[in-house]
Design a protein around this ligand. Structure first.
Ligand SMILES: Cc1cc2nc3c(=O)[nH]c(=O)nc-3n(C[C@H](O)[C@H](O)[C@H](O)COP(=O)(O)OP(=O)(O)OC[C@H]3O[C@@H](n4cnc5c(N)ncnc54)[C@H](O)[C@@H]3O)c2cc1C
Length: 510
């Protein structure tokens, strides 16, 4: 049996990013994926698939990506029987691409010479905030000087400008950036005087939560946000033209993963779907390959290197923890992620003003912490179909959103149901008559939206390195290994860092 130069386990964003760069330099690379499609948590499906394959298939697909369905209206069986979801493309929950794909996604795209034949079109959206019953308009990132008049007055009152938020860090060295990883957003807002205004505090906390998916500002790391502002947003702004906070991918987020997988295959790589890794094989302290299980039973795949794209917290299911230094094992076991409630609501028309429909909207509190949550539960929402029309049938609209939850909260069904109930009520309060437009509702919960929360103890440089300690030939890629930026972009940056550790090439991430 021929030995592979590298086997990548998992066709998530991180695994595919690493794999395509390895194949590009001529390494004989195999990707194995347990599901029937590439993309991992960046998953898309068509409503017709749910109708054809059934309720159990849909629940299994969600379960395989750390998600479960907590509620729906009408019942999922009724939706399937009546084809209510036909014509919709559902990304797993909410899958806005940060900087509309001009961050680490763009770096990878440029490194591999473009997306190839498959078009990856990411439609950008503007952003806005809804705080204490008021709408605050936001400009593209490239025009941040243009601040909403009401906010401008408030900034002026406390003697600050928006730019002062990152101002102290513009010349930060890589080492100073690493120090910022353990500085919290709350501490920063207090130190810099922004906390003197509740509106501005809430407004900047919304940015922090959008970036990190963490509700509690005491836990949001300033490091990752600052690094992203300096290393991703600023260079994108310098290129000229508008730079947006996010965007949605035509025909679903999975189009991106399919395009990268196509490029990988074009470079000579091989993808095997519907095969699960059972164990990582090691001799002495060196990787020899993996054992997989698929339709043909168990098989040993010899490989000089293994890239582990599964969230790192699951590592010890595949390899004995005693193979690693004790401090690494303890650290991995202590890592936690962040979950979310990610509603989809099918709408018979457009129940919000166009000024909101073209924006990614965010609000600091949909359910107060007094209901039993660690912190006030924020929500970001979109009329996704207004920005990216292919996701809903003509004449209808798809509302998508996410409400961050801690891992513990996301497992507590009673608590999550409080958030489920709060969503339509909140929307009705902002947009009277909203409920009359609702045709159907689905409420999936994800327990690992971000595999490692970007908290003050875990962000950026505090994550496990892409090269495993103690075992030669074992690497990590994905949002639980060292990498920077927002969720999918973070998984992509980690894949690039992982490929760099293997090939020795400098791809430009500091
Ligand atoms: C509901 C939801 C909403 C989100 N919204 C956003 C958003 O708006 N913007 C954003 O940037 N990010 C968002 N994210 C986060 C984003 O999806 C993840 O950060 C990113 O996709 C993680 O990629 P990854 O490569 O690290 O891991 P994964 O996607 O988890 O990839 C791991 C892969 O390994 C496979 N696998 C697991 N076990 C095995 C095995 N034993 N053998 C073979 N294969 C295996 C899995 O099937 C999977 O394909 C969201 C996530 C969820 C769940």
């Amino acid at each position: 049996m021929d030995e592979w130069d590298a086997v990548v386990v998992g066709a998530g964003v991180g695994g595919l990013s690493a794999a395509v760069l390895l194949a590009q330099v001529g390494m004989k690379t195999l990707v194995v994926e347990k599901d029937d499609r590439v993309g991992g948590r960046a998953l898309s499906l068509h409503g017709e698939e749910v109708r054809d394959k059934g309720v159990d298939w849909y629940r299994r697909l969600l379960g395989g990506q750390y998600s479960y369905l907590i509620a729906s209206e009408p019942s999922l069986d009724e939706m399937v029987d009546n084809g209510i979801l036909d014509g919709y493309t559902l990304d797993l929950g909410y899958h806005a691409v940060s900087v509309a794909g001009e961050g680490y996604f763009a770096m990878l795209r440029d490194l591999i010479g473009g997306y190839g034949d498959r078009q990856v079109i990411i439609n950008p959206c503007l952003t806005g905030s809804w705080i204490d019953g008021q709408f605050y308009e936001e400009s593209p990132l490239s025009n941040m000087q243009r601040v909403d008049d009401k906010l401008y007055t408030e900034f002026k009152r406390i003697g600050k400008r928006f730019f002062d938020f990152f101002g102290p860090f513009f010349d930060a060295t890589p080492q100073q950036l690493e120090e910022l990883d353990s500085l919290s957003l709350h501490e920063h807002l207090v130190k810099t005087g922004f906390a003197e205004s509740k509106i501005i505090y809430d407004y900047l906390r919304c940015f922090g939560t959008l970036f990190t998916t963490i509700n509690d500002p005491n836990d949001i790391s300033m490091g990752d946000m600052t690094r992203y502002a300096l290393q991703v947003i600023m260079p994108a702004v310098m290129k000229g033209g508008p730079v947006y906070v996010g965007g949605f991918t035509e025909n679903g987020i999975m189009t991106w993963s399919q395009a990268i997988a196509d490029r990988f295959i074009g470079f000579g790589g091989e993808v095997r779907l519907e095969v699960s890794m059972k164990s990582i094989e090691v001799e002495g302290d060196t990787v020899t390959g993996i054992t997989i299980e698929g339709a043909g039973g168990e098989e040993f795949i010899p490989a000089r290197r293994v890239v582990f794209n599964i969230p790192i917290q699951e590592l010890f299911k595949y390899i004995d923890e005693r193979a690693f230094p004790g401090d690494f094992t303890t650290r991995v076991k202590s890592l936690y992620g962040y979950g979310s409630l990610s509603p989809y609501i099918g709408l018979t028309g457009l129940p919000v003003p166009e000024e909101h429909a073209k924006r990614l909207m965010k609000t600091p509190c949909v359910v107060p912490r007094s209901e039993g949550f660690d912190w006030d539960v924020y929500m970001a929402w979109n009329i996704q179909s207004y920005i990216e029309p292919s996701c809903a049938p003509e004449g209808k609209h798809l509302f998508t959103a996410y409400l961050p939850l801690t891992e513990k909260e996301s497992h507590n069904r009673e608590l999550v149901m409080k958030a489920v109930k709060a969503v339509p009520d909140f929307l009705e309060s902002v947009y009277p008559g909203f409920k009359d437009y609702i045709e159907w509702e689905l409420y999936p919960v994800c327990v690992k939206l971000e595999g490692v929360a970007k908290s003050v103890t875990q962000a950026g440089s505090l994550k496990p390195d892409v090269k495993a300690p103690g075992i030669e030939g074992l690497y990590f890629a994905g949002d639980t290994a060292r990498g920077y930026g927002v969720a999918m972009d973070c998984a992509c940056s980690s894949g690039i860092l992982c490929a760099s550790a293997i090939t020795g090439l400098d791809y430009g991430i500091k």
